[in-house]
Design a binder for this molecule. Structure first.
Ligand SMILES: [Zn+2]
Length: 407
């Protein structure tokens, strides 16, 4: 699939040439074969496969300590949220486990999750901090996220989620926490080159509009763009605030007014839909997709991979849920994991479509039509991945006819 007017940007019988890490040429297969023979360039014959831009998971909390499986099991055995929270469960248990975890152990568990995403054709992952809630642990999370991209053939964008939850030690000193998180900590982490963007959980159980704005203003002063967790449980006007600061994205949006949708469209802020959390929380009011469509807002889809509300390491499953639960068309969902996801990370000039000059990130699928990427539940039709012009090692990805060096 290449950028263009046809549905899905579909193009049949096409070929693509890679030079270094970039897409150097796109054209017809016959012309490609002739050029390749004349220039003695190796060719991979991927006949019968579909090629898409590398998928982009633009909202994850991939780095964390421990997990919440016991909590999940308890809830299903009848223990209430309140009892679990009183026993130290919920987000606090993840904060505790993340603070206690060494970088090596965070890296090991995050690598496993990233690898699962990558096996489906994901080539770029956004990773948020936010389970440290103190400088040292936030820094460790962001360093681990950076390390992932050095160790694995995948690109990582880091987001400092400074305002995720109020830590236990600050229950009585809320303003001090917000001041530190938006001030000295942000500055230190940004100066260390660990922050690509910031984020805040703006919600009645988390942070207010004014507190969120404090972080967004501080980020703006440092020249950083923002994401905002907005409208997951209530409409507090967080989408409008995100738009006011020209945020890269506003995420969740189950509760969003027509005015909020229009504001997102006007500011070019991408609406990131996270059906995994919606599903796990058994919510019943999907984001107002018709309003977003009508307003002309770009919609992306992500896993929201996190231990509490979306332990999901399948972007293809998130695409299915975005279609089945939220009513996106498969074409909208796929755009949401490619071109609009790239925009949600501010990377639209570099990624998200197959175009000459963009980075050579793409995935190959054994499917009959693109909607199959949304249709299957729990199947992985990905048979090959190229990241920055390099074919990912792992023979299982590639069928015999696509093996490197074959004619
Ligand atoms: Zn999230």
């Amino acid at each position: 699939m290449v950028a263009g007017a046809a549905p899905y940007g579909k193009r049949g019988g096409a070929a693509l040439a890679v030079k270094g890490a970039r897409i150097a040429w796109i054209g017809g297969a016959a012309e490609a074969a002739a050029k390749a023979a004349a220039n003695q360039v190796p060719v991979e014959d991927c006949r019968g496969l579909w090629m898409t831009p590398g998928l982009i998971d633009c909202h994850t909390h991939l780095v964390f300590g421990g997990n919440r499986v016991e909590e999940y099991e308890k809830r299903l055995c009848g223990v209430s949220y309140e009892e679990i929270a009183r026993a130290g469960g919920g987000i606090r248990s993840t904060v505790e486990a993340t603070r206690a975890a060494a970088a090596d152990s965070l890296l090991a568990s995050a690598t496993l999750r990233a690898t699962r995403l990558m096996s489906e054709g994901v080539t770029t992952i956004e990773v948020k901090s936010g389970y440290g809630l103190e400088l040292a642990a936030e820094r460790r999370m962001l360093e681990v996220a950076r390390e992932l991209s050095r160790r694995l053939p995948v690109s990582v964008r880091t987001t400092y989620l400074g305002l995720h939850a109020l830590p236990l030690e600050h229950q009585a000193s809320r303003a001090v926490f917000v001041e530190q998180a938006s001030g000295a900590w942000l500055e230190t982490l940004a100066n260390a080159g660990l922050v690509d963007a910031v984020d805040a959980f703006c919600e009645n159980i988390a942070f207010t509009l004014a507190e969120t704005e404090q972080l967004l203003r501080a980020a703006q002063d440092l020249g950083l763009r923002a994401h905002v967790h907005a409208g997951q449980l209530t409409d507090m006007g967080a989408a409008e605030l995100a738009a006011k600061y020209a945020a890269l994205s506003a995420d969740h949006l189950e509760y969003l007014s027509a005015g909020g949708a229009a504001a997102l469209a006007a500011s070019g802020t991408v609406a990131v839909l996270l059906p995994g959390a919606y599903f796990m929380l058994r919510q019943s009011n999907p984001p107002p997709v018709p309003l977003l469509r009508q307003a002309g807002a770009a919609m992306a889809v992500a896993t929201d991979c996190n231990p509490g509300t979306s332990p999901c390491t399948s972007l293809l499953l998130a695409l299915n849920m975005a279609c089945t639960l939220f009513g996106l068309t498969p074409e909208e969902a796929l755009a949401g994991a490619t071109r609009h996801a790239a925009r949600a990370l501010g990377l639209e000039a570099e990624l998200g479509t197959l175009e000459v000059g963009k980075r050579a990130d793409f995935a190959l699928y054994q499917i009959e039509r693109p909607a199959e990427l949304c249709y299957n539940l729990g199947a992985n039709p990905c048979v090959g991945v190229v990241h920055a012009g390099e074919m990912r090692p792992g023979a299982s990805y590639m069928p015999a006819r696509c093996a490197p060096g074959s004619p």
